[in-house]
Design a protein around this ligand. Structure first.
Ligand code: HQG
Length: 179
C-alpha cells in the first residue's frame, strides 16, 4: 500500500472535494470511516483499503494531517470546502511564524495574511516548519513572525490545527514582521 498516495487522496477528499466521494463533512469536518471506505473501494487502486490502513497512514505520515476518533476521520487543516469547518479556539504562543514566497511579500505587508483558497490562514508554531511550508513554492522563502500574543490580546482569534499548525481567519499587517 502506498500510504503517501492514500494520504494525498484523503486530503483531497476531506479538505477540498467530499462531494466527489459522496461524503458530507459535519461541522468539525468529520466523516464516518465506513462511508469513506465504501467510497474508496469504488476505485480499483483503493479496493483493499481497511480502517487499519488509515491508522497506519496517520502513523507513518511526517505531518499530522488527519485524525481518527470514534469511527470517524477528518482532516485537521487545509480545508477549502464552502461550508466553514469549525475549529477549536485556543490561546496561541507568544509568536507564530509563516513561510511564504518572496513574490507575495509586498502584498502581505500591505493587506496582512488572508486565507486565499483555504478557509483559514495557516501559521507555524516554529521557524523550521514555516521554512518547510515556504519552500513548497520558493527555494528561498521569506519568514514572517506574527506577534500572536498581542493579536490575541486585541481580540484576534486563533485556532488549533495540530501541534505545529495554527489557524486564523485573517492576520492584520500590524502583527506581522519579516523575521
Ligand atoms: C499567501 C500545507 C498575497 C500565503 C502547508 C501562502 C501548510 C498571500 C498562500 C498548509 C496573502 C496561500 C497551508 C496576501 C497570504 N497576498 N499572498 N495578502 N496572504 N498569502 O497553500 O500557508 O502539506 O493556502 O503566504 O505545509 O502555504 O498540505 O497556504 O503562500 O501547513 O499538509 O497565499 O498546507 O500542508 O497558500 O499552506 P496555501 P500555506 P500540507
Amino acid at each position: 500500500m502506498d500510504y503517501q498516495k492514500l494520504s494525498k487522496e484523503l486530503s483531497y477528499a476531506l479538505r477540498h472535494a467530499p462531494h466527489e466521494y459522496e461524503l458530507e463533512l459535519d461541522e468539525q469536518g468529520w466523516v464516518p470511516i465506513n462511508q469513506l471506505l465504501l467510497s474508496l473501494h469504488e476505485q480499483r487502486k483503493w479496493r483493499a483499503v481497511t480502517e487499519k490502513d488509515l491508522h497506519t497512514m496517520i502513523t507513518l505520515s511526517e505531518k499530522k494531517r488527519h485524525e481518527i476518533n470514534q469511527g470517524k476521520i477528518r482532516a485537521l487543516y487545509g480545508h477549502s470546502v464552502p461550508q466553514k469547518i469549525q475549529k477549536e479556539e485556543k490561546e496561541p504562543p507568544a509568536y507564530l511564524f509563516h513561510g511564504t514566497p518572496q513574490r507575495f511579500l509586498d502584498s502581505i505587508l500591505a493587506s496582512g495574511l488572508v486565507p486565499k483558497g483555504r478557509q483559514y490562514v495557516h501559521l507555524s508554531e516554529d521557524v523550521q516548519t514555516a521554512q518547510q511550508v515556504g519552500k513548497r513554492r520558493d527555494d528561498h522563502p521569506v519568514l514572517l513572525r506574527i506577534d500572536a500574543r498581542q493579536a490575541w490580546q486585541d481580540g484576534v482569534k486563533f485556532y488549533h490545527g495540530n501541534e505545529l499548525v495554527w489557524l486564523a481567519d485573517h492576520v492584520q499587517k500590524e502583527y506581522i514582521s519579516v523575521y
